[in-house]
Design a protein around this ligand. Sequence first.
Ligand code: SF4
Length: 221
Amino acid sequence: MNRLISEAQNAIVLGLRQDPNACITCSFQVEGMVTLLLIRDYYPAIPVLFLDTGYHFPQIYGYRDEMTARYHLNVRNLLPAQTVAQQESQFGILHQTQPDQCCQLRKVQPLFTALEDYGVWFTGLRRDQSATRANLQVADRFQLPSGKQLLKVSPLASWSSKDVWTFAREHDLPLLPLYEEGYTSIGCQPCTERPIDPADPRSGRWSGRKVECGIHIAAAN
Ligand code: SF4
């Protein structure tokens, strides 16, 4: 555990040294919170980008507000161009018919716009979360659709799920109550179920129709 923490801290220091103009994305799952706790030792006011899709579980909003107060977080709430009502009026229920388009409008576009303001982007991604993340690098270049390049740093890349939970327990991190209800990977409420495959924590996302929302697939990397 100490070695993993030390490696994560090194990645954080190197990232901030490369460009102190950094942010972290956080969906308030345990990986994001652990990454955030580690970064706060070096940059307490780091902007925390939260993708407020309007489709989150009420528990996510409650936990976000609780953690913001507890850790004095500098949360930037990123809103899509349209409200849920406006989008559903124009396109129907996209998370049922075209989830890629829904994620594009409510997650990818707001995030990529916000990332234009930063030089370093920290995430709580881990390699063993899914096959699509198996080749995740601790530090990697990421290119936005505008052509802007930034450094994407994932300090927990080599951590296991058990490592994350051990760290959370040892640091008295309060956890999202949805974990106690059996959810293992939590996104928007309409696209999140308890895992279908107990061996795959992300198997409850999008009912197996897709595995990523698109924000971790660079436009041109
Ligand atoms: S996770 Fe579902 S509801 Fe959320 S933006 Fe993507 S498709 Fe829409």
